[in-house]
Design a protein around this ligand. Structure first.
Ligand code: PTJ
Length: 249
């Protein structure tokens, strides 16, 4: 890994890049994942590189959905495994969610490597290596899933998705939680709750709200009833527009 001085103004961002490059060298991240991250960085830049109050509200609603879920599943791809495996495992343990690997550029070798990373960070059971079902209407490899996991889940957390699966999952009546820095993406626009934030920030934020809401039925109800996805996304777009205006002025 390249040594990044802590004093560098973009330290956090450069460390994430290093993690992805490392993941790429280890065969966890695909080259397309590096491109996808670059796209995410661009949107994060427009957000001012910080967690907005809109993202906090969405994370709270996401936590509420997970608390109400009977069969929650967290889906993991290469980028997520490289960026925040520990955080994913901790959240899954807190909300008794299953973890399932779902890859667009699927190979058994990659699934095994990602499984090993998650197990190294404490995951007891990781689904996905032996898919025995398919998400209806989804022809890509990401449509492959397991009956014990995504197929029978009622709530699925889908960080860094391509819109195809988000839409297909929504059609099956499942509730979905997207984490996607692009507020215009099909994923963000079709998920039940869309958290527009960098994934390494979003997962711990969902975890914090999960712990906060766990004992408070009224706060849980409010977190869901006060969240409106389209309004939240429109406000995120306004933040970006405002930042563009100030930076160009
Ligand atoms: O590991 P695989 O084979 O499943 O492939 C994973 C990638 C990421 C290549 C695949 O899912 C893909 O192509 O995704 P897309 O269609 O590029 O979508 C990724 C979305 O995530 C984009 O809208 C990005 O803006 C967003 N994004 C990228 N990096 C981050 C992010 N959102 C949050 N945090 C990030 N770090």
């Amino acid at each position: 890994m390249t040594e990044i001085p802590k004093t560098h103004p973009r330290y956090a961002s450069l460390v994430l890049r290093e993690k992805l490059v490392e993941g790429f060298k280890e065969g966890i991240v695909v080259p397309q994942g590096l491109i996808a991250h670059g796209r995410g960085e661009m949107f994060y830049y427009l957000l001012g590189g910080r967690t907005t109050k809109e993202a906090r509200a969405a994370s709270r609603a996401a936590a509420a959905l997970l608390l109400k879920a009977k069969r929650p599943v967290i889906s993991v791809n290469g980028n997520v495994a490289a960026l925040c495996p520990r955080e994913v495992v901790e959240l899954a343990q807190a909300c008794s969610a299953k973890i399932e690997i779902g890859l667009f550029h699927r190979s058994d070798e990659r699934v095994s490597k990602i499984q090993a990373v998650l197990e190294k960070h404490g995951a007891k059971e990781v689904l996905g290596f032996l898919p025995d079902a398919r998400i209806p209407g989804l022809e890509s490899m990401r449509g492959l899933c397991t009956r014990a996991g995504i197929y029978s889940a009622d709530v699925v957390l889908i960080p860094l998705e391509d819109g195809d699966r988000a839409e297909a999952l929504a059609k099956t009546g499942k509730k979905t939680i997207a984490v996607d820095l692009n507020p215009m993406s099909r994923t963000a626009r079709s998920a039940t709750v869309s958290v527009v934030d960098e994934v390494t920030k979003a997962i711990p934020e969902i975890m914090r709200h999960f712990e906060d809401l766990a004992e408070d039925v009224e706060a849980l109800r409010k977190a869901l009833s006060s969240y409106d996805r389209d309004e939240n996304l429109a406000q995120v777009m306004q933040v970006m527009q405002k930042n563009l205006g100030t930076r160009l002025a």
